[in-house]
Design a binder for this molecule. Sequence first.
Ligand code: CA
Length: 175
Amino acid sequence: MIEDEAALADALEEILKQNNYMVDVVYRGPDGLDYASSGIYDLILLDIMLPGMDGLTILKTLRQRQISTPVILLTAKSEVSDIITGLDAGSDDYLAKPFSTGELLARIRALSRRSNNYTGELLTFEDLTLNKGTMELSCHNDTIRLGLKEVQIMELFLKNPRQIMSKDLLLEKVW
Ligand code: CA
């Protein structure tokens, strides 16, 4: 999340964490570009009016760098021109402030569904099934409940079957 209104950013961070999302928050444009350029994120929430560098410039720069992470623009300016510019610059969706947290969560879920490997709440590989909603991992008749980081690690494995993942990648993605 790249958002300079600290009170809003902190409130959203709390809500997202309560909904089992891991969030990094930065408040300045250049920091946002640095973080987002790492390419390790699943989604970017991007404010438009930011100190140091505006959100549309960040978005254009990311797309020029071939970073295709989905972006939801959070804009206080509901002017049509900003939204059109944002969508043209490679944004996937936008929300005009003030928005309800329910709507934000719904749009995050919608973008997740659009990604290539969408499988809903259930991820399976051979006899393993991970339910992301209940955070339960099942194998035949056995079911265990996982912690949040365990769910995220299993999700990475199940979405990338038969691939070897480096410790560094796991650290970046999950921690
Ligand atoms: Ca702002």
